[in-house]
Write a protein that binds this ligand. Structure first.
Ligand code: HEC
Ligand code: HEC
Length: 212
């Protein structure tokens, strides 16, 4: 399945940038503005923060249709945080910087495609369709590139993540999905990264791990 492999490569790169994002959280503004490479990395980190924290309720057009000053973007981001966007404190500045540079007030305005609040809420409601059947072999690939760094190669835990083998959470689907989609402390949110099929594949693989 070549598309899966391509997506894994993309996701791995995105997560590497996530690590970088932390290092860039307290940037020395002036030096970075003068260094085009640093600037690119900073924007990529902001872009990632946007994908991880802003696209779970509405599509990207909600922002691409807006043209705001940095101050207005900061206000907008705080408003969305108030509405439930899980932006980590140290990512807020990167995110505002990314949005201000991509959608500045002095570029022509586009018509925003607005999502009615009840529609946004509907996206949050549980999906009545049955969950996809997980394929453990696909899950193994996803696990290796996205989760093993923290939870260890066999899911028995590592420096950065807990042991997942035979954990009750693997048999409470809602709790499992909640952990994956919302993130847990050090663990990032995978809501905009993983499709329902990916979540099911990962779960199938994790459920097969046994303590021996
Ligand atoms: C918890 C759900 C949720 C999250 C997460 C979220 N938004 Fe929103 N957003 C909404 C809703 C609801 C609206 C209002 C839609 C409307 O006005 O019809 C909205 C509207 C907007 C608008 C249009 C202007 C406005 O204030 O109505 C922008 C721009 C926007 N969001 C940007 C963002 C950004 C940037 C993020 C990430 C920090 C984000 N959103 C995260 C729910 C969310
Ligand atoms: C950056 C490190 C990190 C990454 C990457 C990570 N996790 Fe986690 N994960 C954690 C930590 C730390 C916890 C425990 C959080 C807490 O204290 O509640 C956790 C908790 C969990 C839990 C809940 C465990 C429980 O008993 O409630 C599940 C399920 C989980 N992770 C699955 C995954 C999967 C699947 C992936 C890959 C898609 C992943 N994690 C990637 C660090 C990580």
């Amino acid at each position: 399945m070549p598309t899966l492999h391509r997506r894994i490569a993309g996701l791995a790169a995105a997560l590497a940038a996530l690590g970088l994002g932390a290092a860039l959280a307290t940037p020395q503004k002036r030096e970075e503005d003068n260094d085009p490479d640093e600037r690119q990395i900073q924007l990529a980190s902001g872009r990632l923060a946007f994908e991880l924290n802003c696209l779970m309720c509405h599509s990207e057009e909600m922002t691409t249709g807006s043209r705001l000053t940095p101050q207005q973007w900061a206000t907008e981001v705080d408003k969305m945080i108030g509405w439930g966007a899980p932006v980590p404190k140290e990512k807020r500045a990167l995110l505002v910087d990314y949005l201000s540079s991509q959608y500045p007030a002095d570029k022509p305005a586009a018509t925003p495609a607005r999502l009615a609040p009840d529609k946004a809420l509907a996206l949050e409601r549980p999906d009545p369709t049955p969950p996809p059947v997980g394929k453990a072999e696909e899950g193994a690939l996803l696990y290796k590139s996205l989760c093993a760094n923290c939870h260890g190669p066999d899911a028995r835990g590592g420096d950065l993540g807990t042991n997942l083998v035979e954990k009750p959470v693997l048999f409470r689907r809602d709790d499992y999905l909640q952990a994956l989609r919302a993130g847990r402390r050090r663990m990032p949110s995978y809501r905009s990264v993983l499709k329902p099929q990916d979540e099911a594949d990962l779960l199938a693989w994790l459920q097969q791990r046994k303590n021996d």
